[in-house]
Design a protein around this ligand. Structure first.
Ligand code: SF4
Length: 247
């Protein structure tokens, strides 16, 4: 018996959406990322922050470059309020590297035990005090590159210290500054270090010294991580963030 050929039947597949070329997807995603603001806009942003707060200050308490260095070191993964509470009793007894060594690691631990990672921080602050005494005559070096070699001191801490204590216009980048920079955007960056390099190049000279504080205060109180408060933002009309909020 010969096989009878069945009449061929066309089975129509459910219609699929035409595939979007990967290139186009990339373009769509990229189109959500606005271009950095131009120079005139950047100047205007800093002019407004300056006009509203000409001498911005950090929120950590300190009495000299050394206590500033210790306070910033202790502030990793801790609030400024928490650090200030701990240092209120600490600094009167340990405001120099020599006095910190005399207090000792256990004594320091007792003062800072309310802070996250207090064991590691106590070890680092004592090791740092020893190096400052042995290698720098008990003084805080004025160089970011040298400060970065001290125990527990990273680029951000070193930059904050030289900026505030010595008036060196370095822009220390924390999570707030990274976020604000990329939302406005002043620059599109991938890491805090990229951000620091970009900001130190882009921010007009006359605003660079206080840029760190303006950016941090803006990020902490207005351009918040989860829900920026765009409706009361003083630079809303200049910002290119595509997901601005309303109250
Ligand atoms: S408008 Fe919104 S996103 Fe833009 S800087 Fe202000 S708070 Fe941040």
């Amino acid at each position: 018996m010969s096989d009878l050929k069945q009449p061929s039947r066309r089975i129509s597949k459910p219609k699929q959406k035409a595939a979007v070329p990967a290139k186009a997807v990339g373009k769509a995603v990229r189109s959500r990322v606005p271009k950095p603001v131009d120079r005139a806009t950047m100047v205007e942003i800093f002019r407004r922050w300056h006009a509203a707060n000409p001498e911005p200050k950090g929120e950590l308490d300190y009495t000299n470059p050394y206590t500033l260095l210790v306070a910033v070191t202790l502030s990793a993964q801790a609030t400024d309020v928490g650090v200030n509470k701990a240092t209120r009793a600490l600094f009167p007894v340990a405001d120099t590297p020599q006095r910190m060594l005399e207090l000792g690691e256990e004594g320091l631990r007792q003062h800072i035990k309310t802070l996250n990672f207090f064991n590691t921080k106590a070890k680092n602050v004592i090791a740092m005090a020893r190096r400052l005494v042995e290698e720098f005559g008990g003084e805080v070096p004025r160089s970011v590159e040298i400060l970065e070699t001290l125990p527990g001191v990273g680029r951000k801490t070193a930059s904050v210290v030289v900026n505030i204590a010595f008036g060196d216009p370095r822009v220390a980048v924390d999570t707030h500054i990274f976020r604000v920079t990329n939302r406005l955007p002043l620059a599109i960056t991938k890491t805090p270090l990229d951000t620091q390099v970009a900001l130190e190049k882009l921010i007009p000279d006359e605003y660079r010294l206080h840029a760190h504080h303006w950016l941090i205060l803006h990020g902490r109180y207005i351009c918040k991580a989860r829900k920026p408060e765009c409706w009361r933002c003083p630079v809303n009309d200049l910002c290119r963030y595509p997901d601005k909020t309303i109250p």
